[in-house]
Design a protein around this ligand. Structure first.
Ligand code: SF4
Ligand code: SF4
Length: 381
């Protein structure tokens, strides 16, 4: 299988520049009419993690979604914008994140994901059933519009991870719990979700990306690219290399290739558009939390030692914490409780999923590494 990925440069979010670049990106892949027919109802799925100004680089920029919606309208089809944000309600997030003006102007409806549908998988898959948003299956086509961000648990959140938004609300936390610290288990669930949602096209907004402790509180970083493909595994692998990480570290790419859902093999990916050659070398700051203890048995004493002395953990910054309870109610193993008016984390229960870090709106969850881990990290640099 040969996959085509296109990468184009785009300096900023000027509406006419983004519109022109998005049209070129889609044309690189054969044009929107390849996937969208007149009369189709098309679901656009951006990353809408929380209410955040576009300048924070948390949500997919509205200019990118607007440009893709315009291309859908050009096909005489009807775009919608849908998601199930882990925090807050969709209309409020759309308003605060700058989506309302273009959605009103273009007559685009919001589709909050609220109803569950049991999705079955064949014998060959690790998960035999996953509850996903029924709404995601009620359109003629889905277009995934992720934001390029680092991710505390999965290294990066790109096109495959973006579709975790089709898992409704609190079900997200139970997936983190089921997967624990095993990145490959969670990556397998993500790939299976991608397989079923089957977006016709994925377009990554990497104009203003996020590095460091993403996806919620990393640092915005100007990267100036838009990348797209029909094959989200190939797309994610190209972008992963572009920001300086080895593709093996992005487990959704490895599992996606193993399951035959897409290709992460550079020899089987053609990169079109401006390509990778003209871009300066980029080295994104990884999230601190890429734990060293994944894939080791829970009963293994070496693992216990590493957990106690090396593994990066969340810690609550009492000065910043507003005791709002959000982290407590979303912590998959119930490791966070309020004691005497302050939040505390039970380290024995914590699975280092970093849901709390992702969801805290007050930047009150710090990522801490024990001294031995810091020392070994320094020595192996
Ligand atoms: S750490 Fe953040 S999410 Fe948790 S209670 Fe404090 S402010 Fe709320
Ligand atoms: S305390 Fe935070 S990192 Fe630990 S299990 Fe709970 S949500 Fe996950």
């Amino acid at each position: 299988m040969q996959s085509l990925v296109t990468v184009r440069t785009c300096a900023n979010y000027d509406a006419s520049a983004v519109s022109a670049v998005l049209r070129t990106v889609v044309d690189d892949l054969g044009g929107m009419h390849r996937w969208i027919k007149p009369g189709d109802r098309v679901l656009l799925k951006p990353n809408l993690l929380k209410s955040a100004a576009p300048s924070e680089a948390v949500v997919t920029h509205p200019a990118v979604v607007e440009a893709v919606a315009a291309l859908v309208l050009d096909c005489s089809a009807r775009p919608f914008v849908g998601d199930s944000p882990p925090l807050g309600n969709l209309p409020r997030i759309l308003a605060k994140s700058g989506y309302d003006p273009f959605m009103k102007r273009m007559g685009i409806q919001a589709v909050p994901f609220t109803r569950k549908r049991v999705v079955e998988f064949s014998d060959g898959r690790l998960f035999r059933r996953i509850d996903l948003a029924a709404e995601a299956f009620e359109f003629d086509a889905v277009i995934s519009l992720p934001k390029l961000k680092t991710h505390c648990q999965m290294l990066l959140t790109l096109a495959v991870k973006n579709l975790f938004g089709t898992v409704i609300g609190t079900d997200k936390a139970s997936w983190h719990m089921r997967s624990g610290r095993d990145a490959d288990t969670f990556a397998t669930a993500l790939v299976q979700i991608y397989e079923k949602i089957h977006p016709r096209l994925s377009v990554i907004d990497g104009i203003l990306a996020m590095e460091g402790n993403g996806p919620n509180s990393g640092q915005p970083r100007q990267l100036g690219i838009v990348a797209a493909s029909e094959d989200a595994i190939a797309l994610d692998s190209v972008v992963c290399r572009l920001v300086g990480f080895p593709v093996d570290a992005l487990r959704t790419c490895v599992i996606g290739e193993q399951l035959g859902v897409g290709t992460a093999d550079p020899d089987r990916i053609e990169v079109a558009g401006d390509g990778l050659q003209g871009l300066p070398p980029v080295k994104f700051k990884p999230p601190k939390s890429m734990t060293v203890a994944w894939n080791m048995s829970r009963l293994n004493p070496i693992r216990r030692f590493m957990e106690n002395h090396m593994v990066i953990r969340p810690a609550i910054d009492a000065a910043a914490c507003k005791v709002c309870g959000t982290c407590e109610s979303h912590c998959p193993p119930h490791a966070i409780t309020q004691v005497a008016g302050a939040m505390t984390i039970d380290r024995r229960k914590c699975i280092s999923c970093f849901c709390c870090h992702e969801l805290c709106s007050h930047d009150a969850i710090r990522i801490q590494q024990p001294a031995l881990g810091r020392l070994l990290g320094y020595m192996t640099r």
